[in-house]
Design a protein around this ligand. Structure first.
Ligand SMILES: Nc1ncnc2c1ncn2[C@@H]1O[C@H](COP(=O)(O)OP(=O)(O)OP(=O)(O)O)[C@@H](O)[C@H]1O
Length: 229
């Protein structure tokens, strides 16, 4: 399993009259397979999740992924850390589904024809058989998120960070994507408001006001969140 270390990390952003702290000094050692971040809107969950691949830089302190410093070895870290957004259109960049997955496979499969054939196999594995020629813009929310997941896992990351990946989905698709995410062999850092999904993770962090207020067994952390929301 991968290891994520946050060492005395703070994040501040500039404001018109100075700066605002959006993550208070935080130290964490994350080694569990499925880690979930829960908490109110605007509490700092996305900020914390995005530190892991450097999408948000630490203002002070450092973030290490498998011993690699995110600030200094960002390229290597980004190869290890896949990222899944709430809205799949944020990460589907090629015209068709097949080409999009093929792009993710470019490091593993050098030959183009072979890569496109592999992409079709990946699509089939994710229940998107026959979707190869479909425009990435003509997919439903659920199909788009399946494609986004297929694409990010095709890059063979050792950690997947997923920021509210089920928020835009209906109940059926939300369960489907949630189930797939919980079943991946990689380490998962999941941000979600879905407390049923959160309950199935191995460790939960409740983030409130830019601080990790509770950290532990999901059932207990969720219970505290429900009582204090
Ligand atoms: N680049 C930025 N500049 C200014 N403020 C920011 C920036 N990024 C985040 N913030 C602020 O930091 C706070 C935490 O944001 P963050 O997106 O981490 O919250 P969140 O817990 O993920 O919220 P939500 O559940 O609504 O997605 C919010 O008040 C947000 O407006």
């Amino acid at each position: 399993m991968s290891e994520i270390h946050l060492e005395q990390v703070t994040v501040t952003v500039p404001t018109h009259d100075g700066e605002r702290e959006i993550l208070h000094e935080t130290t964490l050692h994350l080694v569990e397979q499925r880690i979930v971040l829960i908490g109110p809107n605007g509490s700092g969950k996305s900020t914390l999740a995005r530190l892991v691949n450097g999408l948000v830089p630490a203002t002070t302190g450092r973030v290490l992924v498998d011993g690699l410093d995110v600030a200094r070895e960002g390229r290597d870290v980004r190869r290890r850390v896949g990222f899944m957004f709430t809205d799949p259109s944020a990460q589907l960049v090629m015209p068709t589904a097949r080409e999009d997955v093929a792009l993710s496979l470019r490091r593993q499969v050098r030959d183009k024809a072979e890569r496109l054939a592999s992409a079709d196999r990946v699509l089939a594995d994710f229940g998107l058989e026959g979707f190869g020629d479909r425009s990435v813009h003509a997919l439903s929310g659920g199909e788009g998120q399946l494609l986004a997941l297929a694409g990010v896992l095709a890059t063979e990351p050792s950690i997947l960070v997923a920021d509210e990946p089920t928020t835009l989905l209906d109940l059926g698709n939300s369960r489907k994507i949630g189930g797939l995410l919980l079943g991946i062999p990689q380490q998962l850092v999941l941000v979600t408001h879905d407390l049923e999904l959160a309950a199935r993770c191995d460790r939960a962090l409740l983030v409130r006001g830019g601080r990790v207020e509770r950290d532990g067994i999901p059932a207990e952390v969720i219970e505290h969140y429900r009582r204090t929301a």
